[in-house]
Structure formats: C-alpha cells, structure tokens
Design a protein around this ligand. Structure first.
Ligand code: ATP
Length: 193
C-alpha cells in the first residue's frame, strides 16, 4: 500500500503551493479541506444526515446552503460540533477509497488540521510548511479580501507554530521566494527517499 504523508500548515503558510509543486513532480495529493467542501454536495447519505441536523434549509435547490449553515453553526457551537462529526467521517471514507486507487509509493494528504485532529498518527510521515507570521499575513492579504486583523485573528486561533514544528517529521520554511520554496521542496523529497 502507498505511504501517506500528511501535509499541513497554518493560514498563508504555503501548503497548497507545496502541494502543487509535489503534484508537478508526479505525486498524488488529496486536498482534504477542498474535499470536505465538495462532499456535502456529492454524498447523498451525508446530505440526508445534514438535513436531519439542520433542517431542509441546509440545501437550496439541491445545493448546500453555506450561508445558512454558517449562521446556524456560528450561534451554536454544539451544532458545529455535530456537523463536523458528520462531515469528518464522510471525508475519511472518501480518502480511504482514494488511497485504495493509488499506486505510487508516496501519496500526500493536505489538511490544515493534521495535528489538531491527530491525523498525523495515521500517516507514515508528516510535513509542515511554515513561515514567519508577518509574511503569512501579507501573502494572505494579497490573495484574499481579508484585513490584517481578520487574518491575525484566524492565525492566533490555530495551533502555535512552535507546537506544530515539534510534532512534524519534516519542516519546510517558506520565508523566501517561490524559487526557494521549490528548492526546499526538492530537498525534502531527497530526505524522504
Ligand atoms: P491557506 O491555508 O490560507 O489556504 P496555504 O497554506 O495553502 O494557505 P498558499 O495558498 O500556498 O498557502 O499560499 C498563500 C499565498 O501566498 C498564495 O497566494 C501563494 O501563491 C503565496 N505564496 C506562497 N509562498 C510564497 C512565496 N515563497 N513567495 C511569494 N508568495 C508565496
């Protein structure tokens, strides 16, 4: 079976950039956070469970009503918890199915919450992408229409970088340009082999 490497990093760290570089080198990547967003529309069993939890309004014209759900979970963290308990196992099953279809020696699972959800324990190795806070904020501001304060607030709710660095098997420091990120990614692959 393929060896799964958990790929993670906080907001604006560059984990998706690294994932794309790995894909270019031929490594399969499963984007857990994207899949979690898609699965609420793809998995009909999950859809039924979400409607049972949140009501018919959770879907509008058959499509997941993200605005409605966001409001519901914002006012009730217990509902958020229950919703996550529906979505996470569905993503896990989808991931396991994907893994079974892979033939590469190494495959990557990209997820923001690798350590927070203890998913690294189910991986062969973990790879953390990190960068200085100010760079992460600046890069996220350039990408999204969020303010400095908004990004900072998200950042400080995430697990501190020093804790993630302790848990990670490999760390890529993304404090320079994209050319350097490519070189760091190559250096990681050399260590992996
Ligand atoms: P998030 O969790 O917020 O989605 P992420 O960890 O996936 O973030 P990326 O989307 O890869 O991070 O990177 C954030 C932004 O910074 C992107 O627009 C990306 O193109 C840019 N970026 C990443 N690394 C560098 C770099 N070394 N130099 C310049 N820009 C970079």
């Amino acid at each position: 079976p393929p060896r799964i490497i958990g790929l993670t990093g906080g907001i604006g760290s560059g984990k998706t950039s690294v994932a794309k570089l790995l894909e270019k080198k031929g490594f399969p990547v499963y984007y857990s956070d994207d899949e979690a967003k898609n699965i609420v529309n793809k998995d009909s069993e999950l859809k039924e469970k979400i409607i049972a939890l949140l009501g018919e309004e959770a879907y509008q014209d058959g499509k997941y009503n993200r605005k409605f759900v966001a409001k519901k979970v914002f006012i009730d963290s217990e509902v958020l918890n229950e919703l996550n308990h529906l979505i996470h196992p569905a993503v896990r099953l989808d991931f396991e199915k994907w893994v079974r279809s892979q033939t590469s020696e190494f495959i990557f699972k990209e997820t923001a919450l690798l350590f927070e959800l203890n998913l690294h324990e189910q991986c062969y190795k973990s790879l953390l992408v990190t960068a200085d806070d100010n760079l992460r904020i600046k890069r996220t501001m350039d990408r999204d229409s969020k303010t400095y304060r908004e990004i900072e607030a998200i950042m400080y709710k995430q697990m501190p970088e020093k804790d993630k660095i302790k848990l990670a098997d490999y760390v890529i420091y993304n404090n320079s340009d994209l050319e350097n990120l490519q070189a760091e990614t190559n250096a990681f692959l050399t260590k992996l082999n």
